[in-house]
Every structure is written in C-alpha cells, then in structure tokens.
Design a protein around this ligand. Sequence first.
Ligand code: NAD
Length: 685
Amino acid sequence: MTTTATPARVKSTDLGDGVRLLTLDNPPVNALGYALCGELVPLLEAAAQDASVNTIVFTGANGMFSGGADVNDFNTPPTADTKTVRSVIEAMERIDKTLVAAIDGNALGGGYELALACDYRIATAKSRVGLPEIKLGLLPGGGGTQRLPRLVGAYEALQVMLKGDLIKAPDALAKGMLDEVIDADVVAAAKKYAGKPKRRLSERKAELGVANLGLFATPFVVAQAHMMVPPEENGGYAAHKLIDAVQAAIELPFERGWAREVRLFMELVQSKPSAALRHVFFAERELSKVPGLPKTEPVEIKKAAVIGAGTMGTGIAIVFAEAGIPVTLIETKDEAVEKSREMIFGMFKYQVDKGRLTQEDAWKRANSISFETDFAELGDVDIVVEAVFESMPVKKEVFAKLDAVTKPEAILASNTSTLDIDEIASATKRPDKVLGLHFFAPANIMKLLEIVRGKETSPQTLTTGIALGKKLRKVAVVSGNAFGFIGNRMLFEYEAQAVQLAEEGVSLARIDRVMKQKFGFAMGPFAVADLSGLDVYHFISQSQHGQPLGRIPIVAKLVEQGRLGQKSGAGFFKYDKAVGKGREAIPDPEVEQLIAQLAKEAGIAPNPNVSDDEIIARCTRALADSGAELLRTGIALRPGDVDIVWIYGYGFPPHHGGPMHYAAEVGYTPHGGTTKTETKELTHA
Ligand code: NAD
C-alpha cells in the first residue's frame, strides 16, 4: 500500500489491485466546502488519467462520510474558478472507471449526492443517509433531485427529499438508496466491488415508482405533491421548487433535468425563506457559546429530582428519564401522583405503540422515575428542578428546604415562568448554585428551554445548565433574570398589540386568521391566550402593577366571568366538546361586544380600514420592539437567541427567521433598538 503526498483535506491512497481510495478528511463533518472540492477535483482527474487505477473508492475520516456542502459557502457566490460539490460530481461523471461510496457514518446532502454519483453505495449499519436541504429552504443542487428518482422512483424520492429526514442505513437499504449494509470494515468491503461494471444513474430513466395510474400517473403524483406541501408564501417555497425539479427528472433527459435543478437551486439560495432558515441554523449553533462566560467544566448530572408532579413537573421528569437520568418526583397530593403516573405510563405506551421504543426500554425509562413525598430522600441528587405552584412564598419555602437536605454541591433550579430567580435564590445559602430552567408545556415535547441566570449564578452552574440542556435534547437559550425572561416578556407585548387591534374593531377571528394563515404562526394570538389560560395573563397583569393587556381591562372582565380559556370552555373564543374535541376556537359575538363597549368607554376610536398587512406589521413590530429592549438591557444576548426562543417556544414561522430577523428583513428598526448587530457580553457579579 502506498500513500502519496496529498493535500490536507482529501487523502489519496492506493489499496492495490487498481483501487484508489479517496478519504474526505475535513473535520468535524468532512464538509464539501470550496477548499475541499478544490482539492478533490484534481485528484479525480489524476485518477481518471492513471492507467493503473480501475476503481475509485470514496470514504470519510472522523466517523463521518460527509455532512454535505459547507453552509457558510452559500453566502459566498462561487466564481468561475471555484470548485463546488457540483464540480466534483461533474468530474465523477467524466470518469470511465468504477466508482464506489464506502459510507461509515452520516452521508448527508452533498455527501449523499456524491454517493449517488457513484456506481455502488455500501454503508455500515450505524450510518445514516439523506438529503435534508429542504430544512434550509434549499433543494439538493448536486444532481440529487435527478439521480434519486432514477434510483428509487420519483414518488419515493419526493418523500425522502420533502421530509429531509436522516434515514438509518438498514431502512435506506430497504428503499433502494444503498446497495449493501455491512457490519464490518467498509473500505475492505468496498474493495470487493473493484472492476465491477459501471452503472451511472445519469444513464438511467427515472420511473415514477407508482403502479396502476396509467397515462396520468405523473401529472397526478406531481399535483398531489404540490397539494401536500404548504403554500409557496407560507413555508412551502422550497418544497414546490423541489417538486418541479423531480418533475423534470421524469420528463427530461438527465442533462436538461440537472440544468433545471441548478437554476432552481440558485433561485432558492437567494430566496428570503432560505436566508431565514440558514439564519436559524446558525443561531442555533451559536447557542452554547455564551459571550463572556468563563470556561469551566460542567458538573456531571447522574441523578435528578423534580418537585411537584403537576403538568410541568411530570413532563420534566419524563425528559430526564428519556435522557437516561434517573429522577425522583416529590409530590404530596395522592391524586396528583395518580394523575402523574397515568401521564408517564400513557406517554411511554404511546412511544411503544408508535414503534419508537421497545417495550423493554419504555418500561426501563418509566421505572427510572420514582415518586416520594419526603424531601429527605434527596440527599444524593445532583440537581433539583422545582415545579410547584407559581407563588413566591411557596417557592422560597421549597428552596429553603432543598438547601437543607441536598448535598452542598447540588444545583437548585426553578421552572418559574415569572418570578425573580434572585429572590428565590435568597432563600438558600448557595445562590451561586441556583438558576432558572424554564421548560415549556408540554415539557416532554416542546424543544425550548430558557436557562435563566441570576445575579449570583456561577459560571459553572450556568455551564452545567447549558450542558444539561444538550443532554436533555433541548434547544437551550440563556436569558437574564427579568420579568417573563425572553419569551413571555415578548408574548405579553404581542398579545397586548393583538388586543389593541381588537379594541379598534378588528375581529378576534380575523386577527388570529391573519397571523396564522397569512403570516404562518402555528396559532393565532387569541387562541394562544386561551390555551395558556386567561387567569395566567390576569395574574401577570396584577404582578405588573395592574398593567392590562392592551388599553382595556378585557382579560380581567373575562376572568371575572369565569372565562379562563380552553380549560373552562370559553375565553376570548368559545369551545365546544363536540367541535374539534373542544380545542377549536369558535368566535363569540358577546366577547366582541364587550370589547367594543370597553373601547368606547376608554375613548378608543374604531379604525375600520385595518388591512391584513397592518395586522401583521403591528403584531410583529410589537415583538421586535420588545426583543430590542431585551437586547439593550442584556437580558437576551443576541438577536438570534430571541429568534430561537420565538421559533421553538411560540410557533413563530421559521421561514421568517424569528422576530428580529424578520424586522431586519422588512426594514423595520425597533424603537430605540437594533435587530441585528448587537451581541451582549455576559456580565457576572
Ligand atoms: P400544577 O398546578 O399543575 O402543578 C404544581 C404541583 O406542585 C401540584 O401537583 C402540587 O400538588 C405540587 N406542589 C405544590 N407545592 C408542593 C410542595 N411544597 N412539595 C411538593 N409538591 C408541591 O402547576 P404547573 O402548571 O405544573 O406549574 C408549575 C410551575 O411551572 C409554575 O411555577 C409555573 O409557573 C411553571 N410553568 C408552567 C407552565 C405551564 O404552561 N403550565 C409553563 C412553564 C412554566
């Protein structure tokens, strides 16, 4: 075996018997950036020229095949000399030798497209393959939309690319996306393909892969696909272009189909939805880097406790159990324990029914949650998350007790939504080990976690919170300790703006419809308020010196009438058990009348000409203004953090990139603030 002197990012090795191995080595994920492609193309050309080579095997170092194109490159348009994934694949097409992809680890996006350009694809069982470009508002631009339909049929290819999921090697084998899955040295296995006949996908015809539809099969499948994805202007921009590209694969010769794919890809790279999704991708990657946080090792969390087995406490316990951390739930009320147990077993049973967990694993996890009534059981836990009633005296009493019974190095966290972490910490002798861990309901489903640092929270405690967030598979955002932290503080301003629109005579149903269907929120603002509970908003108003939502005391009046939202069958809207399982909002003229009357009494003039665009502008500006205020005061560290909170916690449409990104995109400068440039350093006492 001889290894030639090779450039850094690709290693070229002769394995004997005419086999040349090209190893992608560009840590951490062997991204096919411009620089790597610039090295790979000449190596391919050299191999093509070398008469002693009859087979080229591609593989990856660093436990990966390749994570695909380098996302950073999308912001740098290639020049005539730049080598891209496409240049690599074009060079492969020109090679008249056997090409084999030997995949050990993930082969994603451009990485899997490279494999698609080979004659044979083999992978280890632990590998995963996929074309997840849609998640960044793009489509595979290295011929993936043309080759995958030729490999597995257009129908299956559409499913794979529209979902963008990573597919485990055995499943990919079943779909035909791989030729062989092995449990051994993948390069040695690849060698067995040396000299086998070429079989380029570009030379094949794409089949639809759907039987019995006759002449109308293609138009039917294409039309169905367009119907299945969201509208272009509301999150489906890339999906429709992807379907167009696959249609080209069926209808056009390979070269022309690929040219179509390239054009559509270029349009997407420059599109606003893709820019927004890429912003979200980078913002998410930044989260664990907290500016100004001194480097310390996190404390290892081997055992946890949760106080209060209510809605949140039960969900949080499930999250720990799912991450393999045994957890003790402290609850004093028998009926709460019963309800909690039911919820836990119901949830794990659901996972088994869905095929996500084996019976044995589900049983193991459910049983890693134990119930206790006595705090004395908590002597050996590494962290406690308190989720009792939202009351300062109750929380302080709990924290004082925890301080007395837990080991001195244990971290004490609160799941409070609104209370002051510093005041809670003052009930203990270890304020440096106290922080907020604000989960969202339902805690075992919602991805967002706000990590709240108090003024005495130590760097190590915060670092541990961040590491724990990762272990619990949450998207964790660090927030300062201020009323409502990041998300709920902004929610209050957003809801207030929606109420103000209603005061001016815009119907609640219209505001909700515009924000949901036209702007793309998961739910409208009034449906959200009804889901959270109007009593919660009322409580918040009172704790904020009686400041109402909007300019009229509508929430107080509704709460007075017992209209607490979905849970009481009426809030801003009505709910009927017979309609949508009691979850569907039904407009209620009585509420509209009450708002009109209160607005009149407050001297607010009706505004009959409010356009849909104005509804969107006012609601999103309220968010951006509030977000800018949080940035200015250092509660939020980066605009991207604010965006992540709203996308993962409040259903803000990702294709608009979050409130701060959206404001910058539409050219709105928030009151006295900024959307994009500021990054605050963390300051510590
Ligand atoms: P909940 O009323 O459903 O549950 C509270 C539980 O705590 C009850 O079962 C109660 O019996 C128990 N409890 C009270 N005092 C206790 C004590 N001293 N020892 C042991 N158990 C005790 O309330 P929830 O909705 O789960 O909220 C809990 C906390 O989470 C609150 O601080 C709330 O603000 C916060 N929170 C709630 C949500 C939400 O949407 N519900 C979201 C985020 C955060």
